[in-house]
Design a protein around this ligand. Structure first.
Ligand code: GLU
Length: 311
């Protein structure tokens, strides 16, 4: 399995809306256009809705998207995340953090750090302080999180669409207090193990790229090429949501909406007739860079009342 690859890595927390689908289709087209394999990962460490992972896969297969290699599931891979964390720990780059979300929000932010960044409260505690903090958490039935010691690093990343991304890097969580391995660590380990060297995903994740690249550097893993693609928004300029109308592939197909036609058109290529047409016409240089506003058709009565798992 040495060939290089692109990937799509949806979280199986619910139905994919048309914007998520368009992002996944772009990841597929970009991988194919650049001669890469296209892999699929189920990011099920966190919120999971029963049946959603399978439904997402079925929807892509129905669109004619072909997936290479085995489907990877993050919950099958926790020992790899633990091993990576140990490697960082051996180099003194991991520390326990006892802060709650509220503690972090109410702490003054560190100089030069953007609001919301971790202020470093637990970075330099003494052993005595740590023992006391651990006991305090234990009494409250909580466990410490693990964080990466970054020393407020910068790690600029080149993005095929956005240019240089220079988002601030704070001490990212590696393992949450509830024991769940954190997104940033898992993504980096998985992409490397899956030979993913091209990451195409929504531009809401662009600010994660520098911290993921830093983790790659620290773990001696290659940094993939990034392309953060524009999102699909509702008329108010917010993320699409169920209450906006017919937004899922199932709902739109039921209404006879031309999904491929809309995807091609909204990305600047003119209407696509299907997956083969899209593969033939896709060209990253011609990709529209602006977000798309999608005004969803109203839900038909049947679709509104259909059970969630109906398709
Ligand atoms: N699982 C993430 C999501 O569904 C995507 C992660 C990634 O592409 O790096 O938003």
């Amino acid at each position: 399995m040495l060939e290089s690859a692109g990937r799509f890595a949806p979280s199986p927390s619910g139905d994919l809306h048309i914007g998520n689908v368009r992002t996944g289709v772009l990841a597929f087209l970009w991988a194919r256009q650049s001669g890469r394999a296209f892999r699929w990962r189920i990011e099920d460490l966190d919120r999971v809705r029963e049946g959603a992972a399978q439904q997402q896969l079925d929807e892509f297969r129905l669109l004619g998207i072909t997936i290479d290699g085995p489907i990877v599931r993050q919950t099958d891979r926790v020992e790899h995340y633990a091993a990576a964390c140990r490697r960082l720990e051996e180099r003194g780059l991991v520390y326990e953090c006892y802060c709650s979300r509220k503690d972090i929000q109410s702490a003054p932010s560190a100089p030069h750090a953007p609001p919301g960044a971790y202020p470093g409260t637990c970075r330099d505690l003494t052993d005595r302080e740590r023992t006391a903090e651990r006991a305090r958490l234990e009494r409250a039935g909580r466990s410490p999180a693990l964080r990466l010691r970054t020393e407020n690093s910068q790690r600029p990343v080149e993005d095929a669409l956005l240019g240089t991304i220079t988002a601030h890097i704070d001490d990212v969580v590696l393992r949450r207090g509830d024991g769940v391995w954190a997104y940033n660590l898992a993504v980096v380990i998985d992409d490397a193990d899956m030979r993913v060297d091209q990451v195409v995903r929504g531009d809401d994740l662009a600010s994660s790229a520098p911290r993921q690249a830093l983790l790659c550097d620290l773990l001696d893993l290659p940094v993939p090429q990034y392309a953060h693609v524009p999102l699909v928004l509702n008329r108010q300029g917010a993320r699409l949501a169920k209450r906006d109308g017919a937004v899922t592939l199932g709902q739109l197909t039921e209404l006879g909406f031309d999904v491929w036609g809309w995807m091609g058109e909204s990305l600047g290529f003119g209407p696509w007739r299907g997956v083969h047409d899209a593969i033939d016409s896709f060209d990253p240089a011609r990709l529209r860079r602006e977000a798309t506003v999608f005004d969803p058709p109203p839900l038909s009565r049947g679709a509104a009342e259909a059970p969630k798992t109906g398709r």
